[in-house]
Design a protein around this ligand. Structure first.
Ligand SMILES: [Ca+2]
Length: 514
């Protein structure tokens, strides 16, 4: 062997040796970080999960989701910052409030360069995937994706898969046992998990379309709940002092005879029934259709967890279950979400990771969806970048509450009177109180309906179902003053002032001091 060839080979050997050592070091480092399985459903209210112990817990148990609570942690006070699909998803991926990430309403989108969470996870050495409902219009910035276009279909869905040209990379997948989207999405995630590169940890966002309206379940659940009477909330019938001049008569009522599709609940309800019978029947229909979709999710999670167990990945995987926001299930006689009221604003949030979390933990500390990305990044061994506005709650997972943990959360809904007649509003929620301001808008002819502005104050400890608006009662004037100051502080801190929306700012300036 000549000298040059010899040195060249030595060089190669030296390089390979160095590379191997680096690889081994990185692998060792990676072996300390967990896989992260982030499961999110669409419109799954916390009170439709039995671990949340609501009126529905007995009739519609969710054993697989409950397992995460029994073997991990359940957050009682996890809140959405804008209770509607697209903005909530944008907030989760950016760690930012709506005015900062620019996604205020359903028309919003999120360009690949602003999909911070998957991009940072990829840089950290994770294999990333996004499977199921996406809804952010632009191409997902993941190593692999297989997503529904827009809302997608419940049955035999078309999916857009990575590797082609977005958004033309659509195909219909054949060969599944059932054509229902929850089954197809689970099958797709299982296929990806089985075929992936096991030398890297994974970050999988596994998103169901269910139980979004029109609540279509897989055929095997068609008769589920047939012989069951779903308990009604008291506020379906009686709520003497809920709401304000801004909200009474607004929203979509369960009992309203409506020719619109109304989430399928009015189909086949006998129009000759009395008003009371009609409302009772519509409620049963709405809830049963919704809960059948949830049973489909829970059963599919059983399949996903069984695979992780079989492959020895259950305990080194952080499993998160949540929904993009909550849902009104007849409370205050409402359907749909959007409201800052509890059932719509609350997100279910459960985490299982036995290496960090004590089984059966429940916490009432307040978190919101801007905190998800910073938390996932810390679990992956990264620090959240300064442009994220949320804060990591890893200390809460460990059972420790930092002394300066936030005592309040901010909320804002923008889509004034769109789709379900909800006036736009913002507010603040603490463990004790909730203050909401419906700012009312006087649009010109052709725009949305003008509405009255109004304030609502609820005592969350003594009136958890928000039956009694206390705003204006002299006894609460100090509380209101403090909450208004906190609301203003949060709006400034999170860049949620309305500098770019002077027509809204004018109304706010006029009424906020009252
Ligand atoms: Ca949603």
């Amino acid at each position: 062997m000549d000298r040059r060839k010899f040195l060249k080979e030595c060089g190669v050997v030296v390089t390979l040796g160095w590379g191997r050592r680096m690889w081994a070091a990185q692998r060792a480092k990676r072996s300390n970080v967990p896989n992260i399985l982030y499961i999110m459903s669409d419109d799954h209210a916390a009170h439709a999960i039995s671990a949340y112990r609501s009126r529905l817990a007995k009739v519609a148990p969710t054993p697989n989701i409950d397992r995460l609570a029994n073997e991990g942690i359940l957050f009682e006070n996890c809140f959405c910052t804008n209770s509607i699909c697209v903005p909530s998803r944008a907030t989760i991926l950016t760690g930012q409030y709506s005015q900062t990430n620019g996604t205020l309403d359903l028309g919003g989108r999120l360009e690949p360069e602003r999909q911070y969470l998957p991009k940072l996870m990829k840089q950290a050495g994770y294999e990333t995937a996004m499977i199921g409902k996406w809804h952010l219009k632009q191409e997902p910035a993941f190593d692999y994706y297989c997503v529904l276009p827009g809302q997608g279909s419940y049955f035999n869905p078309i999916l857009r898969e990575s590797g082609g040209q977005w958004p033309k990379n659509e195909k219909r997948f054949a060969g599944y046992d059932s054509r229902h989207s929850s089954d197809v999405i689970t099958d797709t995630s299982l296929k990806w998990l089985k075929g992936r590169d096991r030398s890297k940890p994974f970050f999988l966002m596994h998103h169901y379309k269910a139980p979004h309206d029109n609540f279509e379940n897989a055929e095997r659940y068609d008769w589920l709940f047939d012989d069951v009477d779903i308990p009604e909330p008291v506020s379906l019938w009686r709520q003497p002092n809920h709401g304000s001049q801004a909200t009474r008569g607004m929203g979509t009522s369960i009992g309203k005879r409506n020719k619109r599709r109304n989430m399928g609940m009015h189909m086949f309800v006998d129009q000759s029934l009395t008003d009371e019978q009609y409302k009772r029947t519509a409620y049963q229909r709405y809830l049963k259709k919704y809960l059948r979709c949830i049973r489909g999710i829970d059963d599919n999670l059983g399949r996903l967890f069984a695979y992780l167990e079989k492959t020895g990945q259950m305990d080194n995987t952080v499993i998160i279950y949540t929904s993009d926001q909550g849902m009104m299930l007849g409370e205050h006689d409402y359907i749909d979400k959007r409201w800052m009221y509890e059932e719509s604003m609350r997100m279910p949030f459960l985490v299982r990771y036995p290496r960090m979390i004590k089984p059966g933990t429940r916490t009432d500390e307040i978190i919101n969806n801007t905190d998800f990305a910073p938390t996932i990044l810390e679990l992956a061994g990264l620090k959240a970048p300064g442009y994220m506005q949320g804060r990591s709650f890893v200390p809460l997972l460990r059972g420790k509450t930092p002394a300066d943990w936030p005592k309040s959360t901010y909320y804002r809904y923008w889509m004034h009177m769109a789709h379900h007649n909800n006036p736009a509003h913002f507010g603040v929620r603490t463990k004790e109180y909730k203050l909401i301001f419906f700012y009312g808008l006087n649009y010109k002819k052709g725009g949305p309906k003008p509405t009255q502005p109004g304030w609502e104050l609820y005592d969350m400890k003594n009136d958890p179902h928000e039956m009694n608006n206390l705003y204006g009662q002299p006894k609460y004037s100090t509380v209101v003053k403090e909450l208004k100051a906190e609301l203003l502080r949060l709006r400034n801190q999170y860049n949620e002032t309305d500098d770019r929306y002077p027509h809204i700012q004018r109304v706010i300036d006029e009424y906020c001091d009252r």
